[in-house]
Design a binder for this molecule. Structure first.
Ligand SMILES: Cc1cc2nc3c(=O)[nH]c(=O)nc-3n(C[C@H](O)[C@H](O)[C@H](O)COP(=O)(O)O)c2cc1C
Ligand code: SF4
Ligand code: SF4
Ligand code: FES
Length: 636
C-alpha cells in the first residue's frame, strides 16, 4: 500500500480493495475476541488455515479473524459468507467438515447451528438467530467484517470517508454543529451531550488542546469498550480524529487499562499502520490537519476512569479526582483544554458524519438518540454484547435477545449502570433503556453493564457486594466517600450475617444521603445507589434478614442451613462423599444426617443428592429439625 496523500488516493485505494474482493467469493470469519480466545478460537484458526491449504483452497477462500461478534456465550463463532451461515461452539475437529461440506458442497453442518431452546428448530443464518435479530448493531456490527489489524478491511467498509468529509466539506464549527444536532450523549456514564462538550473545549482559549479516549472500563463484568477497541480500533481513532479537527486539537491520547492486552496490541498495530500510510501525522489527506495519537496504559484502578483522575494518571500522578470547575474542557491535561470521551462515544462519530444528524435522530427516544451497547450477563440464557436502539425495553433485551432466565427460574431484578447503578424489579421490566427513564426507575445507564438476577440472588447481599467493590476502589481522598461507603458496607455485612438491628435501615438511608451529598466525585456521589434502589424496591428482604434472621433468597451463608429429610433419604452416600467438611454422618442403609456445627454451608450435599431423591434442602429463618434417634435411622 502506498502513502495516502489525498482524498483521491484514499478513494482509488478503496476502489482497488473492493475490486480485489469478488463479492461471491466464499469467506470464513472466525471471532477472535477475548471470550472466543478463552473458548479456544486459536486452535480453530490454525485448523482452518491448515484445512484450506490441504484442500487447495488457500487462494479461493478468504479467512478473517475478527473482534467480538457479541454472542460470546456460544463461542468460538464462525460465519460463512456469502450465505451468512453461523456456526457456534466450533472445535478444531469440526473444521474439515465445515470446509468440505459448507464451503465446497454448499451444505450445512446441522449440529453446529443455533437450536431454538424451546422448539429445537435449527437456525442457520446469523441474522435470523433471535439474539441478533432483535438488535440494531450500528456500531458493533462492523466488528465481524474487519480484521482489526487490517486497514484494508476498514477501508472496505467505508473507513475514513467520514474523516475526509469532515476535513474537506465541513468547517470545524459545522462538525460540532452536526454532533450537537445529532443529540449524541456520552456513553461513558453521565450522558452529557457530546457536541456541547466539544464546543466548550473548542472555545476554551489555548493553542494546544488534547482529545482523549477513555478506555479504562473498570465496571466489573462490562466489556463493551474493550470489544470495540479490540475489534474495530480504526473506527474509534477515526472518531477521535474528527473530534480533534472540530475542537482544534493536534494531539490525542488513548487511556487503556493494562489488563486489556489485546486491545492495546490491536490499537498499537492500527496506529502504526495509520502513521505508515500517512493517515496520522502531518497534513492528513493533504489537508492542513496535523494529528498524532499516543497510547497510555493505566494500572487498572476504577477511579482512574473518572475524568479528572484519568488526567492526573496521564500526567504520571496518582489518580485522584479534583473538584470541578475548572472543567477539563478549560484546564485539563497539563492545564490545557482537554476533551475526554468514552470509546463508544467516539465510535459513534463516523456514523453521525457519514449518515447525518437526521439519521441519528431517527433512532432512539426523545431524550436519548442512537443505539447503546450493553454487556448482558448473569442469570440469562444468552449472555454477550447486545446493541439496541435506545428505547428498547428491558423485557425485550432480557427475553427476546437474552432468551430469558435459565433453568425455569423466576426473574427477580436487573442491575444496570455498573457498581454504582441500581436494581430494577419485575414490575418495571417495561422500562425503556434511555438515560432519563433508567434514572427515573432508580437505576442508571452507566457505561452499559446489565446483570440479570433470578430468585436465588439476595439483593441485600448484592448491595453488599457492590459496596465492597466501591469501598476498595474509593481513592479515600474525601471523608464522606471513604467513611460513608465503609459504614454502609459494615451495616450491610451485619445484616447479611443476621446481626442487623431494627434501626439499621434508617441509618443506611442517612449515610446514603450524606455520602451522595458530600462526596467530591461521582464515585462517592453514586455509591449509595445500590443501597437506595434495593431498599426502595426490595425493603421486605432487608426486613426479613433483620427481624426474622431469614434470607428469602436462601443465599446468605450465615442465615441458611442444609437439612436432610429423613423421609426422602435413600442412604446412597453421594452427599457424604462430596462433603469437604466431613459433616455428614451416614452409612449403608442408614439415613444420613448433617452435623450443623461442622457444616460450612458450601452446598456440596445439595448438588450431590440425586434429583430423584431430592432429600437435601436449604432452610432459613426456621430451626433445623432434630435428627432422628439412632435406632430410627435404619432403612430397608
Ligand atoms: C468512578 C468513575 C469511573 C468512571 N469510569 C469510566 C470509564 O471507565 N470509562 C468512561 O468512558 N467513563 C468513565 N467514567 C465517566 C468519565 O468520568 C467521563 O464522564 C466520561 O469518560 C466522559 O465521556 P462521555 O461524555 O463520552 O461519556 C467514570 C466516572 C466515575 C465517577
Ligand atoms: S468521592 Fe470517593 S473516590 Fe471520589 S474523591 Fe472522594 S474519596 Fe475519592
Ligand atoms: S445424597 Fe441424598 S439420598 Fe443420598 S445419602 Fe445424601 S441425602 Fe441421602
Ligand atoms: S468474543 Fe467471540 S462472540 Fe464475543
Amino acid at each position: 500500500m502506498a502513502r495516502i496523500k489525498s482524498v483521491a488516493d484514499l478513494e482509488k485505494l478503496r476502489t482497488e480493495i473492493l475490486a480485489r474482493r469478488e463479492s461471491e467469493r466464499p469467506s470464513i470469519t472466525l471471532c477472535s475476541g477475548s471470550a472466543c480466545h478463552a473458548t479456544g478460537c486459536g486452535p480453530v484458526a490454525a485448523a482452518i488455515e491448515q484445512e484450506l491449504k490441504k484442500q487447495g483452497l488457500g487462494d479461493k477462500v478468504d479467512f478473517r479473524r475478527t473482534g467480538c461478534h457479541g454472542f460470546c456465550e456460544q463461542g468460538p463463532i464462525a460465519v460463512i459468507q456469502p450465505e451468512g451461515i453461523c456456526y457456534l461452539r466450533v472445535k478444531p475437529e469440526d473444521v474439515p467438515e465445515i470446509v468440505s461440506e459448507t464451503i465446497v458442497n454448499g451444505k450445512r453442518v446441522e449440529r453446529l447451528l443455533y437450536a431454538d431452546p424451546a422448539t429445537s428448530e435449527k437456525i442457520a443464518r446469523e441474522a435470523e438467530i433471535p439474539f441478533y435479530r432483535h438488535q440494531q448493531r450500528l456500531i458493533l456490527g462492523q466488528n465481524r467484517e474487519i480484521d482489526p489489524k487490517s486497514l484494508e478491511d476498514y477501508l472496505a467498509v467505508g473507513g475514513f470517508q467520514a474523516l475526509s468529509r469532515a476535513l474537506f466539506e465541513l468547517t470545524p464549527e459545522q462538525v460540532v454543529d452536526e454532533v450537537k444536532r445529532a443529540n449524541l450523549r456520552g456513553r461513558g456514564g453521565a450522558g452529557f451531550p457530546t457536541g456541547v462538550k466539544w464546543e466548550f473545549t473548542r472555545r476554551a482559549p489555548g493553542e494546544l488542546k488534547y482529545v482523549v479516549v477513555n478506555c479504562d472500563e473498570g465496571d466489573p463484568g462490562a466489556y463493551m469498550d474493550r470489544s470495540l477497541m479490540e475489534g474495530n480500533p480504526y473506527a474509534v481513532i477515526e472518531g477521535l480524529m474528527i473530534g480533534a479537527y472540530a475542537i482544534g486539537a493536534s494531539e490525542g491520547y488513548v487511556y487503556v487499562r493494562q489488563e486489556y492486552p489485546l486491545a492495546v496490541s490491536n490499537l498499537e498495530a492500527a496506529l502504526a499502520k495509520l502513521e505508515k500510510y500517512g493517515l496520522l501525522g502531518k497534513k492528513i489527506l493533504g489537508s492542513g490537519f496535523d494529528f498524532t495519537v499516543r497510547v497510555h496504559r493505566g494500572a487498572g484502578a476504577f477511579i482512574c476512569g473518572e475524568e479528572t483522575s484519568l488526567i492526573k494518571s496521564l500526567e504520571g500522578l496518582p489518580g485522584e479526582p479534583k473538584p470541578r470547575p475548572p472543567f477539563p474542557a478549560v484546564r485539563g491535561l497539563w492545564n490545557r483544554p482537554t476533551n475526554i470521551n468514552n470509546v463508544e462515544t467516539w465510535a459513534n462519530i463516523p456514523l453521525i458524519i457519514n449518515r447525518g444528524a437526521e439519521f441519528f435522530n431517527s433512532i432512539g427516544t426523545e431524550g436519548s438518540k442512537g443505539t447503546k451497547i450493553f454487556s448482558l450477563v448473569g442469570k440469562v440464557n444468552n449472555t454477550g454484547l447486545v446493541e439496541v436502539a435506545m428505547g428498547a425495553t428491558l423485557r425485550d433485551i432480557i427475553y427476546k435477545i437474552g432468551g430469558g432466565i435459565p433453568g425455569g427460574k423466576k426473574f427477580k431484578a436487573v442491575q444496570t449502570g455498573g457498581p454504582s447503578g441500581g436494581c430494577i424489579p419485575e414490575s418495571l421490566l417495561d422500562t425503556a433503556v434511555d438515560f432519563d427513564e433508567l434514572t427515573r426507575a432508580g437505576a442508571m445507564m452507566g457505561s452499559g453493564g446489565m446483570i440479570v438476577m433470578d430468585e436465588d440472588t439476595c439483593l441485600v447481599d448484592l448491595a453488599r457486594y457492590f459496596l465492597g467493590f466501591l469501598s476498595d476502589e474509593s481513592c479515600g481522598k474525601c471523608t464522606p466517600c471513604r467513611e460513608g461507603i465503609r459504614q454502609m458496607l459494615r451495616i450491610l455485612t451485619d445484616i447479611t450475617r443476621g446481626q442487623g438491628q431494627e434501626d439499621d435501615l434508617e441509618r443506611l438511608q442517612e449515610l446514603a444521603e450524606t455520602t451522595r451529598y458530600a462526596s467530591l466525585c461521582a464515585l462517592g456521589k453514586t455509591a449509595p445507589n445500590p443501597v437506595l434502589s434495593t431498599l426502595n424496591h426490595f425493603r421486605e428482604e432487608y426486613e426479613a434478614h433483620i427481624r426474622e434472621k431469614r434470607c428469602p433468597a436462601l443465599a446468605c451463608r450465615e442465615l441458611i442451613a442444609y437439612h436432610i429429610d429423613p423421609e426422602k433419604c435413600r442412604a446412597c452416600g453421594a452427599c457424604l462423599r462430596q462433603c469437604p467438611a466431613e459433616a455428614i454422618d451416614g452409612g449403608k442403609k442408614r439415613i444420613h444426617v448433617i452435623d450443623q456445627d461442622r457444616c460450612t454451608r458450601c452446598g456440596a450435599c445439595l448438588e450431590a443428592c440425586p434429583e430423584a431423591f431430592g432429600a437435601v434442602s436449604k432452610l432459613s429463618g426456621q430451626p433445623v429439625p432434630e435428627p432422628l434417634p439412632e435406632e430410627k435411622r435404619c432403612i430397608g
